[in-house]
Ligand binder design. Structure first.
Ligand code: C2E
Ligand code: MG
Ligand code: MG
Length: 657
């Protein structure tokens, strides 16, 4: 049974789809050639027997065989360039295999049956015709092993048997010749077939590998362009789209909106990352349902989303869209175990002539930062005022970058008054910049700028150097407070330079440092190390602008602080706002519990002072006690104060004082 199966398999089309297709392709080129050769050779043989053999043998039989050949030739010729399915190709191959045997036997039978009618030449022609045509056909069928084998068997067996039994030694020799040649040819063709098979298999493997590589590359491409959390296009995809849309759009034809969630970090901190992720998915969904058809929404990363909108891009329209988005995101997020309230700041910019993707994005980004700064939870459309602000900042940036800090920077001193000791115990050192190009520039302008551009560390060095020079001339008990920025605290090298500068003046150290909550929050470990290095100098550390940052009381407890400076916004309201008063009271209690002192900033009125002292405050700083003053005024200030107590001024001044 299994022998029959393998015999059937040997004369059937192969299973492998790629091999079937390759064989069908090869045959469609070679089979028409084979039939042409077979027909011509047969007609020549028939022609050589006209007159010797009966008409049936020279006309009808070869005519019928030729008709079959021509039919098959047309069949193969028609499908030589046609794309067919594997099943169709397999069916064609099988039908060809089933026709090959009878056709080969038909031609063999016809040729042998001519033998009795011919003379020696004509009989030799039969042998030659059969041999040469068989070899030709086997060559044409070389890519289909089964077909070659069928032809070889169907011709060789009758040929050998017949010519061996003719009794003529020459024909017997011819039969042996034929066997040798056909067997040798079969060996070669079978080898070739194996190679062909292997080639097809390796080509299929290459194609499969290529397809797999393409699939992986497509998948990579998809992942590289999609934000996996929300399923929205990501930053890379956004950049590509923005550049493409800008290239096609007329001026003002598109607008970019950047949507930034306010205080999203605290959602992650309080409710955990998973809830944070759910909020982001919901935010993406809400913006998606609001966006105009055809606009492109992407998540740029973190809590930042962006929209690219096709025109119209009038300020009013953008403002309306922005308000809708802000309103949608203001509705509470009802999540399992948490109800979250958020606001978002949205910035819009419409495209200009000569805009690049970067310039358009930067304008939208600026509008977002204005919204965050001035109108948290609202939307801002970039306008001319913003453009002027930017060019002013650029001018400032350039002037600061090229400034001779030693020459252009100077420092002012603002007294800090102790209500219990009834005297000034120190001064806060405040940086001032007089640019030869821009004139006096407020620290509220150049300090944030210097922080952004990294220039702040140089400014700190300059301010500290100048403060150290002045400290030598002040009474020994008088301390100077120098403000440090987040960059100073966050960089080990900056702290090393500060320590080296203070040490170069010698001990005792009369410098204190003020740091802000946000500076500390960036990297608690580094901040702690930095503060310990400063404490080792004998400096004291004050936490500036307390209450305006986002730090928690645990951070305050963990840091080696000597004092807390309560921000002037609380002081300003302390006379009429019970909340401010409660915060002030809690802070005083906290300081008392921690054993550190509490300084109040920005005291301008007697009323404020009265309330603060009533709540237990003792160290005060503000215009009421003295505005920031020049060095010469500092000496005067101390002198007047001392004189009031009747002390001799000389003993309080100078390094040896
Ligand atoms: P700050 O460290 O909180 O400094 C106190 C600010 O409040 C100073 O403003 C001071 O002039 C102002 N001020 C003091 N008393 C009163 C008052 O009674 N009423 C009002 N309205 N204001 C008062 P200034 O000098 O403009 O400095 C602003 C900020 O710039 C400082 O706030 C500080 O954060 C930063 N800054 C100033 N100098 C430096 C510095 O050398 N380095 C660093 N990193 N930052 C500095
Ligand atoms: Mg300060
Ligand atoms: Mg302050």
């Amino acid at each position: 049974m299994s022998g029959l199966k393998s015999a059937l398999r040997a004369i059937s089309a192969p299973y492998e789809p790629d091999l079937v297709m390759a064989q069908a392709r090869a045959l469609s080129r070679q089979i028409p050639l084979m039939y042409i050769m077979l027909v011509i050779n047969s007609l020549i043989l028939a022609g050589s027997y006209v007159g010797s053999a009966p008409v049936a043998m020279t006309v009808y039989v070869p005519g019928a065989l030729t008709a079959i050949c021509v039919g098959r030739l047309i069949f193969w010729w028609r499908r030589r360039n046609r794309v067919i399915s594997v099943d169709r190709a397999r069916r064609t191959l099988n039908s060809m295999l089933w026709i090959t045997g009878p056709l080969a036997l038909g031609f063999t039978g016809w040729a042998i049956s001519l033998y009795p009618y011919g003379n020696a030449y004509q009989q030799s022609h039969i042998a030659f015709y059969m041999g040469i045509t068989t070899i030709g056909c086997m060559f044409c069928l070389m890519h289909v092993r089964a077909a070659s084998l069928i032809v070889a068997t169907c011709v060789l067996v009758p040929f050998t048997v017949f010519f061996s039994f003719t009794g003529h030694p020459i024909f017997t020799a011819l039969a042996v010749n034929m066997v040798v040649v056909v067997v040798a040819l079969l060996v070669i063709l079978l080898g070739n077939y194996r190679d062909f098979n292997a080639l097809v298999a390796s080509r299929s493997a290459i194609v499969q590998r290529q397809q797999e590589t393409q699939r992986l590359s497509d998948e990579n491409d998809r992942l590289a362009n999609v934000d996996t959390l929300t399923g929205l296009p990501n930053r890379r995809s956004f950049d590509r789209h923005l550049a493409a849309r800008l290239a096609d759009a007329p001026p003002g034809g598109i607008a970019v909106a950047l949507i930034d969630l306010d205080s999203f970090k605290s959602v992650n901190d309080i409710f955990g990352q998973i809830t944070g992720d759910r909020v982001l998915v919901e935010v993406a969904h809400r913006i998606d349902t609001l966006r105009r058809p055809g606009s492109f929404l992407a998540r740029l990363g973190g809590d930042n989303f962006a929209l690219i909108m096709d025109g119209p891009t009038s300020e009013t329209l953008l403002q309306v869209t922005g308000d809708l988005i802000c309103h949608a995101l203001r509705s509470s997020f009802e999540l399992p175990g948490a109800t979250i309230h958020l606001t978002s700041s949205v910035g819009f910019a419409a495209s200009h002539v000569d805009d690049t993707a970067e310039t358009l994005f930067d304008r939208a980004d600026y509008a977002t930062s204005v919204a965050k700064r001035d109108q948290r939870g609202k939307s801002v459309v970039f306008n001319d005022t913003h453009a002027q602000e930017i060019s002013k900042v650029r001018m400032l940036e350039h002037a600061l970058h090229t400034a001779d800090l030693d020459k252009e920077m100077y420092i002012l001193f603002q007294p800090q008054f102790d209500m219990l000791l009834k005297r000034t115990t120190g001064f806060e050192v405040l940086a001032r910049w007089k640019s030869p190009i821009l004139g006096e520039v407020s620290p509220m302008e150049f300090i944030p700028l210097a922080e952004r551009t990294g220039m702040i560390c140089k400014i700190t060095q300059t301010v500290l150097r100048k403060a150290l020079l002045v400290s030598k001339t002040l009474p020994r008990s008088m301390r100077l407070s120098v403000n440090l920025s987040a960059h100073d605290i966050g960089s080990a090298t900056a702290i090393e330079s500060i320590v080296a500068l203070v040490e170069s003046v010698g001990r005792p150290c009369r410098i204190d440092f003020e740091i802000t909550e946000t500076a500390v929050m960036r990297d608690l470990v580094q901040a702690n190390d930095a503060l310990l290095s400063l404490l080792a100098l004998g400096a004291r550390i004050a936490l500036d602008d307390f209450g305006t940052g986002h730090s928690s009381l645990t951070h305050v407890q963990r840091l080696p602080l000597d004092r807390i400076k309560v921000d002037r916004s609380f002081v300003a309201d302390v006379t009429h706002d019970p909340t401010s008063r409660a915060i002030v009271k809690t802070t005083i209690d906290l300081c008392r519990n921690l054993g550190i002192s509490c300084v109040f900033e920005g005291i301008e009125t007697e009323d404020q002072l009265h309330v603060l002292t009533g709540l237990g405050g003792s160290v005060m700083q503000g215009y009421l006690f003295g505005r920031p003053m020049r060095e010469e005024m500092v000496h005067n200030h101390i002198l007047t104060e001392r004189r009031e107590w009747g002390a001799e001024p000389a003993q309080y001044f100078g390094n040896t004082g």
